[in-house]
Design a protein around this ligand. Structure first.
Ligand SMILES: [Zn+2]
Length: 156
């Protein structure tokens, strides 16, 4: 049952290099852009978008971590610690759906406030044309969650 710092250390020292190597050799030749997307997505998973977002309501809002985690406070109201958010399939899926909902609300508010006409077909089109980028992001998040959940279940 490691704490946040242990999760970060293991992710940066062990999981990240291993993940990049696996990603590179499994899909060789991998464009540099996708390696960068994997790297950044994994780091985002390590520091913010991990199963412990179920504790977001306890983070001090006036800190860098608090600012990054702030949008996820409502998420933590619905998920008890180490519950559904720590399930590989449902935890990752609920966080992705929640993130999409937050982005949908922000985009809707931006359109409302600026009077811009929301172009949802453009966004859906991006999902289709940039498919490999979204798949890489999802792969990095699932990979990060596997490490997180496995470490949480270890007893030492
Ligand atoms: Zn955890």
């Amino acid at each position: 049952m490691p704490n946040r710092k242990t999760h970060i250390k293991i992710n940066l020292i062990l999981a990240l290099p291993l993940g990049l190597a696996l990603f590179y050799y499994a899909f060789k030749p991998v464009p540099l852009l996708l390696l960068l997307v994997f790297l950044l997505s994994f780091l985002y998973n390590t520091f913010v978008f991990n199963p412990d977002l179920d504790l977001a309501r306890y983070v001090r809002p006036l800190s860098l971590k608090g600012l990054l985690i702030f949008p996820f406070i409502p998420y933590s109201w619905f998920f008890r610690h180490r519950g559904l958010s720590h399930s590989l399939l449902w935890g990752t899926s609920t966080r992705v759906l929640y993130l999409m909902l937050v982005m949908f609300v922000i985009y809707g508010m931006w359109c409302f406030l600026t009077g811009a006409k929301g172009d949802w077909s453009y966004i859906l089109g991006m999902l289709e044309t940039k498919k490999e980028i979204f798949i890489t992001v999802a792969a990095a998040w699932v990979y990060g969650d596997i490490w997180h959940i496995t470490l949480d279940r270890c007893r030492y």
